[in-house]
Design a protein around this ligand. Structure first.
Ligand code: HPA
Length: 266
């Protein structure tokens, strides 16, 4: 794994001499921010050894390296989802590459269903904590102590200062617990009632695997969910991927503003 990661870092370094301070993972319908990166080097995922391509609708597959808010960044335009069939190691491989490249901060965005009845579609939620309800863990298997501890502590995973920076940029951000599910089906009303009773405020099909690996690697983490639909078990509504993308596109500019504001405070 380490060899593969280093081969990927070598491939990226051949294309750019920039040393990003933050990696940014853009979720469904939220790719617009990648187009604001200045002096961008665009590296298709297929050009990076070991890095799978994204197949999800609404996800391009390129690493955009350049400057955002005057900070050097690496932006993943299109993430890899477990529901696409990738192994957990493939889903989280980019995070290993970012770490080996010397990046300390990971900023993740996603589209999520709102479980907290006080939320509404279009809200942005800073993730304060998560519930891993994926059937697999990306750290399963032999542990490389050079990468991180066998049994990582998950208290304080979502870095307090980064959360505070996000709220300072946009006072209307919500905050809450994200539960990560495998998908690809949206949840049944019974599942939504269960997830809510567990204490989750939003549900989505990403982010948790990457966060577990970023935490294992000792990175600082900020994650923001876009509430694209309300997922209330006692008031179920039909939801489509098109609805999700439409709301994500609408809110993308505001989310981009939050990310840029946080970057400028790093
Ligand atoms: N459930 C799961 N994932 C999602 C949802 C949802 O309602 N909306 C966007 N991603």
């Amino acid at each position: 794994m380490i060899d593969q990661t280093h081969a990927a870092v070598d491939a990226v370094r051949k294309r750019t001499s920039l040393r990003p301070v933050a990696a940014i993972v853009l979720g469904s319908g939220l790719g617009g921010l990648a187009d604001e990166v200045r002096d961008a080097t665009r590296i298709p995922y297929g050009d990076i050894p070991g890095w799978e391509r994204s197949t999800a609708p609404g996800h391009a597959g390129e690493l955009v390296v350049g400057s955002l808010s005057g900070r050097p960044v690496a932006v993943m335009k299109g993430r890899l989802h477990y529901y696409e069939g990738y192994a957990m190691k493939a889903v989280t491989f980019p995070i290993r590459v970012f770490r080996a490249w010397g990046i300390d901060v990971t900023i993740l965005t996603n589209a999520a269903g709102g479980l907290n009845p006080a939320f509404k579609a279009g809200d942005l939620m800073v993730i304060s904590d998560h519930i891993n309800f994926f059937p697999e863990n990306p750290l399963r298997g032999s542990n490389d102590d050079a990468l991180g501890p066998r049994f990582p502590d998950m208290v304080g995973t979502y870095t307090q200062e980064l959360r505070e920076a996000a709220h300072a940029v946009d006072a209307d951000l919500r905050e809450g617990v994200y539960v990560g599910v495998a998908g690809p089906n949206f949840e049944t009303p019974a599942e939504l009632r269960m997830l809510r009773s567990w204490g989750a405020d939003a549900v989505g099909m990403s982010t948790v695997p990457e966060v577990i690996v970023a935490r294992h690697a000792g990175m600082r983490i900020l994650a923001i969910a876009t509430i694209t639909d309300m997922a209330l078990g006692d008031r179920p509504e039909h939801v489509t991927h098109e609805d999700v993308l439409a709301v994500a596109n609408r809110v993308g500019r505001r989310l981009g503003g939050v990310v840029k504001g946080v970057l400028s405070r790093l």
